[in-house]
Design a protein around this ligand. Structure first.
Ligand SMILES: Nc1ncnc2c1ncn2[C@@H]1O[C@H](COP(=O)(O)OP(=O)(O)OP(=O)(O)O)[C@@H](O)[C@H]1O
Ligand SMILES: O=c1[nH]c(=O)c2[nH+]cn([C@@H]3O[C@H](COP(=O)(O)O)[C@@H](O)[C@H]3O)c2[nH]1
Ligand SMILES: NC(=O)CC[C@H](N)C(=O)O
Ligand SMILES: [Mg+2]
Length: 507
């Protein structure tokens, strides 16, 4: 059984960071809403309580009953988590004089404590709170203090329960990794054997059990997430998995045939559906970005529905949903998930259950799993590509002719990045077809043609992004090539906006 740490999410912005840090210690963890502790799950070896935007004394503050865990499993409360444990055990939590945000230094440290082993006085920690623990019950004792915060860390005298007011999960806490390692390894006794290989082993076993002999359809996009999900599912259920790859006409140049060939090599059972005529017809004259997305989302549903009906007895829809897709709905509300951005509504209409084996992984972890599964590197390191494809990169209405122009320009840019060894230094790149015409001169002729924008960004999770500082000489070469080779384009610009306040895609 895969041992795991449970992180109870009270809605902090850094809850997912706690998850990342624990995984970096090669220990599997799951983030669950604060009131959804998996009682009866014997594989849990420790529990972490996250921070929260609430104050523990607020009427609406999230509360949970720890009695069944208390004394049985090690518990670590972080910020609100620490305040919550102190408050509900006879301590006192009050608004601080002023909100404490930023760096602080531990002045007193009980270095003999198991949680603080190896952490020295003077160590920098990151604070982000407006309340302070002003009193703790005599079941507890203080194990660290800063100049402003007497109860920077405490422990229970009897049970394996700790609380820290600072945020060990944030990089600015110098001792954060040491502290989390002390908890996860030292106190919870993690074997630290979780990695891509063990994830695959346990996930495949779990999928076999969950799916039995049921049939699954999976929308495959050629992107990293759905491809890795497909290969995992294929390993678990083989012929019972059918993948559907839809060509909506707005894929990249040659993408449909390239991706189909890749999938053949992986032994997947893929149905490629050329539905471009349907999508072009439905999108004709539509200029509003959200309408475009809705039409494409519904178009996917229609095609999946039609294909699933041709197969008999399909029970599940497989999806490549990954953790960042879930974040918002997972935190705060405590409800279970979903932001099916481009396949919204699918399960209801098709009456299928959802199977999402990558739901708890971050993108870099998905990539590690793909590599471990032996998938080709170019599939794994591929830039993300939006489900609606070039439809959201053509500003204004969409025609097959505009798509063809954009495909050519995009192919030159992407190939250029590869040829110059720049592809992997960029998170995502593409070309935008602008609804602008401008005057140029080619030979002795006046031209009046389209303008395109090159877009390349660096990012870690697409939540924020910066424009990539690509070399001028490279941009010059790409610009020249596009203007010379792509009929109908006579001007190339480079997008130098970051996100926020802009977004990665223009629509
Ligand atoms: N052309 C397509 N055919 C079938 N399903 C698709 C297609 N495009 C998108 N989808 C579905 O929509 C989901 C969401 O797309 P999304 O782009 O977020 O993920 P991805 O394509 O799997 O990975 P990546 O983020 O690396 O592009 C996919 O996992 C897939 O199930
Ligand atoms: O599957 C998708 N369907 C969509 O409708 C969609 N819109 C944006 N994206 C991708 O999401 C990331 C963030 O994009 P933005 O900064 O433009 O919001 C970037 O990686 C975008 O390419 C989409 N992906
Ligand atoms: N980051 C936190 O968990 C903050 C907890 C609580 N809202 C406070 O301000 O003290
Ligand atoms: Mg994609």
């Amino acid at each position: 059984m895969q041992e795991k740490i449970i992180i109870l999410d009270f809605g902090s912005q850094t809850t997912q960071l706690i998850g990342r840090r624990v995984r970096e210690l090669n220990t599997y963890c799951e983030i669950v809403p604060y009131n959804k502790f998996p009682h009866g799950d014997e594989s849990v070896i420790g529990v972490i309580l996250s921070g929260s935007p609430f104050s523990v004394y607020d009427e609406k503050a999230f509360r949970t009953d720890l009695s069944s865990i208390w004394g049985r499993l090690p518990i670590l409360g972080i910020c609100y988590g620490a305040q919550f444990i102190a408050y509900t055990n006879g301590g006192k939590v009050e608004p601080a004089g002023s909100r404490e945000y930023g760096r602080a230094r531990l002045e007193y440290v009980d270095e003999s404590d198991q949680l603080l082993r190896g952490i020295r006085p003077g160590s920098q920690v990151w604070m982000s709170h407006g309340d302070t623990i002003t009193g703790i019950s005599d079941k507890f004792e203080i194990i660290a203090s800063t100049a402003d915060v007497p109860v920077a860390a405490y422990r229970s005298k009897e049970e394996k329960v700790w609380g820290v007011q600072f945020h060990p999960e944030v990089y600015h806490s110098e001792c954060g990794t040491q502290l989390l390692s002390n908890f996860v390894k030292g106190i919870c006794g993690s074997k630290c054997d979780w990695n891509a290989a063990s994830f695959i082993e346990s996930t495949v076993a779990a999928l076999k059990e969950q799916l039995g002999d049921d049939k699954v359809v999976l929308g495959l996009s050629g992107g990293v997430d759905s491809s890795v999900a497909a290969v995992l599912l294929n390993k678990a259920i083989g012929k019972n998995l059918t993948c559907i790859f839809v060509d909506h006409g707005m894929l990249r140049k040659d993408e449909f045939s390239d991706v189909m060939r890749d999938y053949e090599g992986l032994g997947l059972n893929v149905i490629g559906v050329d539905a471009s005529a349907k999508f072009f017809k439905e999108l004709a004259g539509v200029t509003d970005p959200e309408k475009k997305r809705k039409i494409i989302g519904k178009g996917f549903i229609d095609v999946f529905d039609e294909e699933a009906h041709k197969l008999t007895d399909v029970k599940w829809l497989g999806q490549g949903t990954i953790y960042p897709d879930c974040i918002e709905s997972l935190s705060i509300t405590g409800t279970t998930i979903k932001s099916h951005h481009n396949v919204g509504g699918l399960p209801e209409k098709m009456n299928l259950r959802l199977c999402e084996p990558l739901r708890l992984l971050f993108k870099d972890e998905v990539r590690a799993v793909g590599r471990q599964l032996g998938m080709p590197e170019h599939l794994i390191s591929r830039h993300p590509f939006p489900g609606p494809g070039l439809a959201v990169r053509i500003l204004g209405d969409i025609t097959p002719e505009k798509v063809a122009v954009l495909q050519e320009a995009d192919a030159i840019f992407i190939q250029g990045l590869r040829d110059h060894g720049l592809y992997d230094s960029v998170w995502q790149a593409g070309v935008i077809l602008l609804p602008v015409q401008s005057v140029g001169v080619m030979g002795d002729e006046r031209t009046y043609e389209r303008a395109v924008a090159l877009r390349a960004v660096t990012s870690t999770d697409a939540m924020t992004a910066d424009w990539a500082r690509l070399p001028y000489d490279f941009l010059a070469e790409v610009s020249n090539k596009i203007i010379n080779k792509v009929k109908g384009v006579n001007r190339v610009t480079y997008d130098i906006s970051s996100k926020p306040p802009s977004t990665i895609e223009w629509e």
